[in-house]
Ligand binder design. Structure first.
Ligand code: FE2
Ligand code: FE2
Length: 293
Protein backbone atom coordinates (compact mmCIF):
# COMPACT_ATOMS: atom_id res chain seq x y z
CA UNK A 1 0.00 0.00 0.00
CA UNK A 2 1.40 3.46 -0.95
CA UNK A 3 2.12 6.17 1.69
CA UNK A 4 -0.68 8.28 0.23
CA UNK A 5 -3.24 5.47 0.53
CA UNK A 6 -2.02 4.74 4.04
CA UNK A 7 -2.47 8.42 5.09
CA UNK A 8 -5.93 8.49 3.53
CA UNK A 9 -6.85 5.36 5.44
CA UNK A 10 -5.58 6.76 8.78
CA UNK A 11 -7.57 10.00 8.16
CA UNK A 12 -10.62 7.86 7.50
CA UNK A 13 -9.94 6.12 10.81
CA UNK A 14 -9.91 9.46 12.64
CA UNK A 15 -13.11 10.56 10.91
CA UNK A 16 -14.72 7.24 11.82
CA UNK A 17 -13.78 7.59 15.51
CA UNK A 18 -15.03 11.20 15.50
CA UNK A 19 -18.37 9.99 14.07
CA UNK A 20 -18.70 7.45 16.90
CA UNK A 21 -18.09 10.18 19.49
CA UNK A 22 -20.56 12.53 17.78
CA UNK A 23 -23.12 9.71 17.75
CA UNK A 24 -22.66 9.40 21.51
CA UNK A 25 -23.28 13.13 21.96
CA UNK A 26 -26.55 12.74 19.99
CA UNK A 27 -27.49 9.66 21.97
CA UNK A 28 -26.91 11.50 25.28
CA UNK A 29 -29.26 14.23 24.11
CA UNK A 30 -31.97 11.71 23.21
CA UNK A 31 -31.55 9.92 26.53
CA UNK A 32 -32.09 13.19 28.41
CA UNK A 33 -35.28 13.68 26.39
CA UNK A 34 -36.44 10.12 27.17
CA UNK A 35 -35.67 10.75 30.86
CA UNK A 36 -37.76 13.95 30.81
CA UNK A 37 -40.72 12.38 29.00
CA UNK A 38 -40.74 9.25 31.19
CA UNK A 39 -41.23 11.56 34.19
CA UNK A 40 -44.19 13.21 32.40
CA UNK A 41 -45.88 9.99 31.33
CA UNK A 42 -48.42 9.91 34.18
CA UNK A 43 -49.32 13.63 33.79
CA UNK A 44 -49.51 13.93 30.00
CA UNK A 45 -49.68 10.37 28.72
CA UNK A 46 -50.67 11.32 25.15
CA UNK A 47 -47.96 13.96 24.63
CA UNK A 48 -45.15 12.13 26.47
CA UNK A 49 -45.96 8.82 24.75
CA UNK A 50 -45.77 10.39 21.26
CA UNK A 51 -42.29 11.76 22.02
CA UNK A 52 -41.09 8.51 23.62
CA UNK A 53 -42.31 6.37 20.71
CA UNK A 54 -40.54 8.71 18.27
CA UNK A 55 -37.36 8.58 20.39
CA UNK A 56 -37.29 4.77 20.50
CA UNK A 57 -38.03 4.57 16.77
CA UNK A 58 -35.15 6.98 16.12
CA UNK A 59 -32.86 4.78 18.25
CA UNK A 60 -33.90 1.67 16.32
CA UNK A 61 -33.50 3.30 12.91
CA UNK A 62 -30.19 5.04 13.53
CA UNK A 63 -28.29 3.88 16.61
CA UNK A 64 -29.22 0.22 16.37
CA UNK A 65 -29.20 0.15 12.58
CA UNK A 66 -25.92 2.03 11.97
CA UNK A 67 -24.04 3.16 15.09
CA UNK A 68 -23.88 -0.25 16.77
CA UNK A 69 -22.94 -2.19 13.60
CA UNK A 70 -20.13 0.39 13.13
CA UNK A 71 -18.91 -0.33 16.65
CA UNK A 72 -19.31 -4.08 16.19
CA UNK A 73 -17.08 -3.98 13.10
CA UNK A 74 -14.52 -1.89 14.99
CA UNK A 75 -14.61 -4.10 18.09
CA UNK A 76 -14.29 -7.31 16.05
CA UNK A 77 -11.13 -5.96 14.39
CA UNK A 78 -9.62 -4.74 17.68
CA UNK A 79 -10.38 -8.10 19.33
CA UNK A 80 -8.54 -9.89 16.55
CA UNK A 81 -5.46 -7.69 17.13
CA UNK A 82 -5.51 -7.25 20.91
CA UNK A 83 -6.60 -10.21 23.02
CA UNK A 84 -6.51 -8.16 26.23
CA UNK A 85 -9.71 -6.39 25.17
CA UNK A 86 -11.47 -9.50 23.89
CA UNK A 87 -13.93 -9.99 26.77
CA UNK A 88 -14.78 -6.31 27.23
CA UNK A 89 -15.52 -5.83 23.54
CA UNK A 90 -17.46 -9.07 23.26
CA UNK A 91 -19.61 -7.94 26.19
CA UNK A 92 -20.21 -4.55 24.53
CA UNK A 93 -21.31 -6.23 21.29
CA UNK A 94 -23.59 -8.55 23.28
CA UNK A 95 -25.17 -5.47 24.94
CA UNK A 96 -25.96 -4.11 21.47
CA UNK A 97 -28.19 -7.15 20.87
CA UNK A 98 -29.95 -7.05 24.25
CA UNK A 99 -30.28 -3.24 24.01
CA UNK A 100 -31.97 -3.48 20.61
CA UNK A 101 -34.44 -6.09 21.86
CA UNK A 102 -35.38 -3.92 24.84
CA UNK A 103 -35.69 -0.77 22.66
CA UNK A 104 -38.09 -2.61 20.36
CA UNK A 105 -40.12 -3.97 23.28
CA UNK A 106 -40.37 -0.53 24.90
CA UNK A 107 -41.46 1.11 21.62
CA UNK A 108 -44.14 -1.57 21.08
CA UNK A 109 -45.42 -1.57 24.67
CA UNK A 110 -45.64 2.23 24.76
CA UNK A 111 -47.51 2.35 21.45
CA UNK A 112 -49.90 -0.42 22.50
CA UNK A 113 -50.87 0.84 25.98
CA UNK A 114 -54.07 2.84 26.37
CA UNK A 115 -53.93 6.29 27.97
CA UNK A 116 -55.68 4.85 31.03
CA UNK A 117 -53.01 2.15 31.35
CA UNK A 118 -50.22 4.70 30.99
CA UNK A 119 -51.39 6.72 33.98
CA UNK A 120 -51.78 3.60 36.13
CA UNK A 121 -49.65 0.68 37.28
CA UNK A 122 -48.75 -0.35 33.73
CA UNK A 123 -47.36 3.16 33.09
CA UNK A 124 -45.34 3.03 36.33
CA UNK A 125 -43.83 -0.33 35.27
CA UNK A 126 -42.93 1.11 31.88
CA UNK A 127 -41.23 4.08 33.55
CA UNK A 128 -39.19 1.66 35.72
CA UNK A 129 -38.14 -0.25 32.60
CA UNK A 130 -37.23 2.99 30.82
CA UNK A 131 -35.12 4.07 33.81
CA UNK A 132 -33.33 0.70 33.76
CA UNK A 133 -32.79 1.05 30.03
CA UNK A 134 -31.29 4.54 30.47
CA UNK A 135 -29.02 3.36 33.27
CA UNK A 136 -27.71 0.45 31.19
CA UNK A 137 -27.26 2.56 28.06
CA UNK A 138 -25.30 5.23 29.94
CA UNK A 139 -23.04 2.59 31.52
CA UNK A 140 -22.58 0.96 28.11
CA UNK A 141 -21.54 4.29 26.59
CA UNK A 142 -19.11 5.02 29.44
CA UNK A 143 -17.43 1.63 28.92
CA UNK A 144 -17.15 2.25 25.19
CA UNK A 145 -15.66 5.67 25.73
CA UNK A 146 -13.01 4.15 27.98
CA UNK A 147 -12.08 1.99 24.98
CA UNK A 148 -12.12 5.05 22.67
CA UNK A 149 -9.95 7.10 25.06
CA UNK A 150 -7.46 4.27 25.41
CA UNK A 151 -6.93 4.64 21.64
CA UNK A 152 -7.39 0.91 21.23
CA UNK A 153 -8.04 1.56 17.55
CA UNK A 154 -4.34 2.25 17.09
CA UNK A 155 -3.66 -1.48 16.83
CA UNK A 156 -5.59 -1.52 13.53
CA UNK A 157 -3.97 -1.75 10.12
CA UNK A 158 -4.96 0.16 6.98
CA UNK A 159 -6.73 -2.94 5.66
CA UNK A 160 -8.75 -3.14 8.89
CA UNK A 161 -9.90 0.46 8.46
CA UNK A 162 -10.89 -0.06 4.84
CA UNK A 163 -13.07 -3.00 5.90
CA UNK A 164 -14.56 -1.20 8.91
CA UNK A 165 -15.45 1.90 6.91
CA UNK A 166 -16.92 0.10 3.89
CA UNK A 167 -20.70 0.71 3.57
CA UNK A 168 -20.68 3.03 6.56
CA UNK A 169 -24.28 4.25 6.34
CA UNK A 170 -25.81 7.70 6.79
CA UNK A 171 -24.97 10.50 9.25
CA UNK A 172 -26.97 10.86 12.44
CA UNK A 173 -30.26 12.55 11.43
CA UNK A 174 -30.23 14.44 14.74
CA UNK A 175 -27.83 16.90 13.09
CA UNK A 176 -30.52 17.82 10.53
CA UNK A 177 -33.65 19.27 12.10
CA UNK A 178 -35.61 19.07 8.82
CA UNK A 179 -35.10 15.30 8.61
CA UNK A 180 -36.01 14.99 12.28
CA UNK A 181 -39.22 17.01 11.77
CA UNK A 182 -40.22 14.85 8.80
CA UNK A 183 -39.46 11.48 10.41
CA UNK A 184 -39.96 12.08 14.15
CA UNK A 185 -42.27 15.11 14.45
CA UNK A 186 -43.13 14.86 18.16
CA UNK A 187 -39.50 14.29 19.15
CA UNK A 188 -38.26 17.09 16.87
CA UNK A 189 -40.80 19.55 18.34
CA UNK A 190 -39.63 18.73 21.83
CA UNK A 191 -35.93 18.94 20.94
CA UNK A 192 -36.63 22.28 19.26
CA UNK A 193 -37.98 23.77 22.47
CA UNK A 194 -35.42 25.53 24.61
CA UNK A 195 -35.03 23.20 27.61
CA UNK A 196 -35.27 26.12 29.92
CA UNK A 197 -34.71 29.79 29.69
CA UNK A 198 -35.01 32.72 32.02
CA UNK A 199 -38.00 32.26 34.26
CA UNK A 200 -39.55 29.59 32.06
CA UNK A 201 -38.25 26.41 33.49
CA UNK A 202 -40.91 23.74 32.91
CA UNK A 203 -43.35 24.05 35.78
CA UNK A 204 -44.36 20.36 35.66
CA UNK A 205 -40.87 19.18 36.69
CA UNK A 206 -39.75 19.17 40.27
CA UNK A 207 -36.65 21.29 40.90
CA UNK A 208 -34.60 18.22 41.87
CA UNK A 209 -35.50 16.40 38.64
CA UNK A 210 -34.82 19.52 36.57
CA UNK A 211 -31.49 19.94 38.36
CA UNK A 212 -30.54 16.31 37.62
CA UNK A 213 -31.38 16.74 33.93
CA UNK A 214 -29.43 19.97 33.68
CA UNK A 215 -26.44 18.41 35.45
CA UNK A 216 -26.55 15.62 32.84
CA UNK A 217 -26.65 18.30 30.13
CA UNK A 218 -23.60 19.98 31.68
CA UNK A 219 -21.75 16.64 31.89
CA UNK A 220 -22.51 16.06 28.19
CA UNK A 221 -21.34 19.56 27.37
CA UNK A 222 -17.95 19.05 29.05
CA UNK A 223 -17.74 15.51 27.60
CA UNK A 224 -18.27 17.03 24.13
CA UNK A 225 -15.57 19.65 24.72
CA UNK A 226 -13.18 16.94 25.89
CA UNK A 227 -13.83 14.90 22.73
CA UNK A 228 -13.17 17.98 20.62
CA UNK A 229 -9.95 18.70 22.54
CA UNK A 230 -8.74 15.15 21.83
CA UNK A 231 -9.64 15.47 18.14
CA UNK A 232 -7.89 18.83 17.94
CA UNK A 233 -4.72 17.48 19.57
CA UNK A 234 -4.65 14.57 17.12
CA UNK A 235 -5.13 16.94 14.17
CA UNK A 236 -2.28 19.15 15.42
CA UNK A 237 -0.06 16.11 15.80
CA UNK A 238 -0.82 14.99 12.22
CA UNK A 239 -0.12 18.51 10.93
CA UNK A 240 3.21 18.73 12.79
CA UNK A 241 4.20 15.31 11.47
CA UNK A 242 3.84 16.57 7.91
CA UNK A 243 6.05 19.67 8.44
CA UNK A 244 9.05 19.51 6.12
CA UNK A 245 10.67 22.97 6.24
CA UNK A 246 10.68 26.25 8.27
CA UNK A 247 8.08 27.88 5.98
CA UNK A 248 5.56 25.05 6.42
CA UNK A 249 6.34 25.05 10.18
CA UNK A 250 5.40 28.75 10.39
CA UNK A 251 2.22 28.12 8.40
CA UNK A 252 1.28 25.12 10.56
CA UNK A 253 1.97 27.05 13.79
CA UNK A 254 -0.38 29.81 12.55
CA UNK A 255 -3.16 27.31 11.77
CA UNK A 256 -2.71 25.58 15.15
CA UNK A 257 -2.82 28.94 16.95
CA UNK A 258 -6.03 29.97 15.12
CA UNK A 259 -7.73 26.60 15.83
CA UNK A 260 -6.73 26.72 19.50
CA UNK A 261 -8.09 30.25 19.81
CA UNK A 262 -11.40 29.14 18.25
CA UNK A 263 -11.59 26.16 20.59
CA UNK A 264 -10.75 28.30 23.65
CA UNK A 265 -13.65 30.55 22.64
CA UNK A 266 -15.99 27.54 22.58
CA UNK A 267 -14.75 26.47 26.03
CA UNK A 268 -15.83 29.87 27.36
CA UNK A 269 -19.08 30.42 25.44
CA UNK A 270 -20.73 26.98 25.70
CA UNK A 271 -20.62 26.60 29.51
CA UNK A 272 -21.54 30.30 29.89
CA UNK A 273 -24.56 29.79 27.62
CA UNK A 274 -25.57 26.80 29.77
CA UNK A 275 -25.16 28.87 32.93
CA UNK A 276 -27.25 31.76 31.57
CA UNK A 277 -30.01 29.65 30.03
CA UNK A 278 -30.24 26.88 32.57
CA UNK A 279 -28.68 28.06 35.82
CA UNK A 280 -30.68 31.28 35.87
CA UNK A 281 -33.85 29.36 34.94
CA UNK A 282 -33.32 27.00 37.86
CA UNK A 283 -32.71 29.83 40.31
CA UNK A 284 -35.88 31.61 39.19
CA UNK A 285 -37.75 28.29 39.49
CA UNK A 286 -36.48 27.78 43.03
CA UNK A 287 -37.26 31.37 44.05
CA UNK A 288 -40.77 31.47 42.57
CA UNK A 289 -42.58 29.89 45.56
CA UNK A 290 -40.95 32.41 47.94
CA UNK A 291 -41.61 35.35 45.61
CA UNK A 292 -45.37 34.56 45.67
CA UNK A 293 -45.53 34.81 49.50
FE1 FE2 B 1 -22.35 0.58 21.65
FE1 FE2 C 1 -21.72 3.51 21.15
Amino acid sequence: MSIQTSEKSSNRGQTFMRTLRQDHAGLSRIMREIDTQAHRLAEDSEGARAILVDAFRYLLRYHHAFHHPREDRLFARIRARDEALDQTLQQLSHEHETGEQETRRLAEDLARASNKELVGECGAELVDRINDYLRHTRTHMRHEETVFYSRAEQVLSDEDWLDIIADDGPDDPITDIRTMRASYPALARSLDEPTSHLGLHRPEHSSSHELRLQMLALTDLYGGLMHEAIDLTRTHFQRLKSVRDPVSLMRTAGTIYADNLRFAGQCVTRPSRWAINTGAGLIVGWLKPYMKQ
